[in-house]
Design a protein around this ligand. Structure first.
Ligand code: NAD
Length: 255
């Protein structure tokens, strides 16, 4: 059965990978992203996907984007609240308040605006699957990354709470916790953490598998596999779960 799928931050990285995979299985897909150039590239590469510029922290932009989707589709089956930013790296005493707020804003406030819309439609439909992108940073303490870890732990709380609120209406809510994902973003994170901690990038990169029992990074398709499962009838009794796709992290080793 064809699903109607909305993905935030869908023009690159994990969101783009999710969009490609949902579209490839025949679903109708709409994405938003704050990067206008990336949205334009995506519109060319995947012309059947609705791609719009919207910042997940901007209520006016999100209301307009989601309202247009609602007008065209009349409902939604799957919503991936995927947008998140890594925020600053550093000891808390050195962190800037504006950078803290920006990190919490994209990860948590963006998910609020997205899930609020999804919940209203899905409750009325009596069905739907919300998939929130959390992180292994939401499962452990994460030295030098307190805003990001705090935001991701908050998303796990949001997931559990929305699953309880929406379960009686037949709506499922789950979170995926990616481990370190191969790609541009982790390249940037490794560089930032190396600078903040006075270590080489190779040392930081190696540290990302030290605490992972399978000694592996993950890739976008590993996450898409999980999202497609959570969106599917095969997961019809799966809700309220915080699911790591990370090769099994024992501990976030940061030194
Ligand atoms: P990314 O940095 O590659 O960014 C993906 C997209 O997000 C970009 O196109 C960017 O323009 C968009 N974006 C950023 N801020 C936005 C905003 N305010 N509104 C709309 N779009 C915005 O990120 P990614 O690696 O694809 O990460 C996606 C999600 O996965 C995030 O929630 C992230 O925290 C989480 N995650 C990523 C990793 C990883 O290793 N990459 C690991 C764990 C969790």
């Amino acid at each position: 059965m064809t699903s109607r799928v909305v993905i935030t931050a869908g023009a690159s990285g994990i969101g783009l990978g999710l969009a490609r995979r949902f579209a490839a299985q025949g679903d109708r897909v709409a994405i938003c992203d704050s990067d206008a150039a990336a949205v334009a590239d995506m519109a060319k590469a995947l012309p059947d996907v609705i791609a719009e510029v919207a910042d997940v922290t901007d209520e006016t932009q999100m209301t307009a984007f989601l309202g247009r989707i609602e007008a065209v589709w009349g409902g939604v089956d799957v919503v991936c609240a995927n947008a998140g930013t890594g925020g600053p790296a550093g000891r808390i005493e050195d962190l800037d308040y504006a950078a803290w707020q920006a990190c919490i804003g994209v990860n948590l406030h963006g998910a609020f605006l997205t899930c609020r819309w999804a919940a209203r439609l899905m409750r009325a439909q009596g069905a739907g699957s919300i998939i929130i992108t959390s992180s292994t940073a939401g499962l452990f303490g994460y030295p030098l990354r307190s805003p990001y870890a705090s935001a991701k732990w908050a998303l796990n709380g949001l997931t559990k709470t929305l699953a309880s609120e929406l379960g009686p209406a037949g709506v499922r809510v789950n979170a995926i916790c990616p481990g370190a994902v191969e790609g541009d973003r982790m390249d940037r994170v490794v560089a930032m953490e190396a600078a903040a901690g006075g270590r080489s990038e190779d040392t930081v990169r190696a540290s990302y598998v030290t605490g992972v029992s399978m000694r592996t990074w993950v890739n976008v398709d590993d996450l898409a596999d999980m999202a497609l499962f959570l969106a599917s009838p095969a997961a019809s009794k799966v809700s309220g779960q915080i699911i790591a796709v990370d090769g099994h992290t024992d501990a976030l080793v940061t030194s």
